[in-house]
Design a protein around this ligand. Structure first.
Ligand SMILES: *Cc1c(COP(=O)(O)O)cnc(C)c1O
Length: 411
């Protein structure tokens, strides 16, 4: 056991959860690629299985033998310990081999057949497809409310019987519409069945938005995005205040075999100390670019939190986001033709889906990330033909702005 000091998150992420003595003195963790672990005694093996299968609870400070890497392994344990201080109020984390693995495991764990589920729309495309393709056949009943529509969300929560889970994405992708998380928590706590409230915090967390402090039960991430930040691995994380919720998720993970593998854990671990540095730089760059492009003659609109004009959206932004973040959405004049011409001309930002990496990316949501939605759904959600989503990286912002201006020239 290493001695635990009470330190701030930027320090804790470098000092918690890793004991060099267990890695032959190495200053950074080793990668433990073993699939199975040698027990210290047959009694310890039996004890480890009792705990893994929930027949016994570990005593405080008890060191329990590892069993098999589908259940857990040292690199997952180190990563889970080190990621906790990055999420305000979190006590425990579980890592998965993608954001979708984390999201699907949440629904499979907490929504038994026939459950009611309330969620905001639009949702990340993969999440929406998972709900339609996998949860609907399991008898889940969905009640949907537009992102940012607090009244509709409260009404949906109040009138859904058997409600087990409320799933929010804020800000929504790619429209950046924000949902009042605290208000949803309040509506959910007034419901007789006390549904879990889950926030997909991929766009603004862990640096700029802290849902657990607002009373949310689970925060989920695609760690593929900002947490990792280099567009070179897939990962997912779930964090909670209540350790028991994470224990239940780990049981699902052991059955599905969707734990993050040791090499990926190690890589993600090396990226954690710079999450806040990268996100701050990305947010500063994005704000300068969004504000400089605002009013450009080739643009209908620039969507960015500091440019919000709707008083309710301004209120939510000020209440729950520390900084505006690295995503800028442009609405280019000339519809799809204008958007595609812009994408073809970019020289620094690449035309690719995904976001949150140190390199800037641009994509056309209507024909790619959100193409599973019907034209009516797309129009309703405000995902127009001229819309381009920019994920701003850590390049020099003057160069990026020049690239975007050149892309818009004469459109
Ligand atoms: C990318 C993303 C996901 C899915 O994560 P993967 O790591 O690609 O499985 C979920 N939610 C949001 C908001 C995302 O951007």
């Amino acid at each position: 056991m290493t001695k635990r000091y009470v330190v701030r998150p930027e320090t804790a992420v470098l000092t918690r959860g890793f004991d060099p003595k267990l890695s032959v003195g190495a200053a950074r963790p080793a990668v433990f690629r073993s699939s199975t672990y040698v027990f210290s005694s047959p009694e310890s093996a039996a004890r480890a299985f009792d705990i893994a299968l929930g027949r016994a609870k570990p005593a405080p400070e008890e060191s329990v033998d590892l069993i098999y890497s589908r259940l857990s392994h040292p690199n997952a344990e180190i990563l889970e310990d080190q990621i906790v201080p990055l999420e305000r109020d979190a006590k425990e984390a579980a890592v998965f081999n993608s954001g979708m693995a984390a999201i699907s495991s949440i629904f499979l764990t907490f929504c038994p057949p026939g459950s009611g589920v309330v969620h905001t729309t639009p949702l990340y495309g993969g999440t929406q497809l998972f709900l339609d393709a996998m949860m609907t056949p399991l008898g889940a009943r969905f009640v949907v409310a537009d992102a940012g529509d607090g009244k509709a969300l409260a009404a949906a929560i109040a009138r859904t019987p058997g409600l087990k889970l409320v799933f929010l994405e804020s800000p929504a992708n790619p429209t950046l519409r924000m949902t009042d998380i605290a208000a949803v928590v309040e509506a959910a706590s007034a419901h007789a069945e006390r549904p879990l409230v889950v926030v997909d915090n991929t766009f603004l967390g862990p640096a700029f938005q802290h849902p657990l402090t607002l009373g949310v039960d689970l925060v989920v991430y695609s760690a593929t995005k900002y947490l990792n930040g280099f567009s070179d691995l897939l990962g997912g994380v779930v964090l909670a205040k209540d350790r028991e919720l994470i224990t239940q998720l780990r049981s699902t993970r052991a059955l599905l075999g969707n734990i993050l593998q040791p090499d990926e854990c190690w890589l993600l671990n090396t990226r954690l100390p710079t999450v806040s540095l990268r996100m701050n730089r990305q947010s500063k760059n994005a704000q300068r670019i969004a504000e400089a492009l605002n009013g450009h003659p080739a643009l209908e609109r620039v969507i960015y939190p500091t440019l919000f004009t709707d008083p309710d959206q301004v209120r939510i932004r000020d209440a729950q986001c520390d900084y505006p973040g690295g995503i800028v959405t442009l609405e280019i004049k000339g519809g799809r033709h204008g958007a595609f011409a812009f994408l073809r001309r970019l020289r620094i930002a690449h035309n690719a889906v995904s976001l949150g990496g140190v390199e800037s990316l641009a994509c056309h949501p209507r024909t790619t990330t959100h193409s599973e939605m019907s034209p009516e759904q797309l129009d309703h959600a405000g995902i127009s033909e001229g819309m381009v989503r920019l994920s701003i990286g850590i390049e020099n912002w003057h160069d990026l702005l020049a690239d975007f201006k050149a892309g818009l020239e004469g459109l």
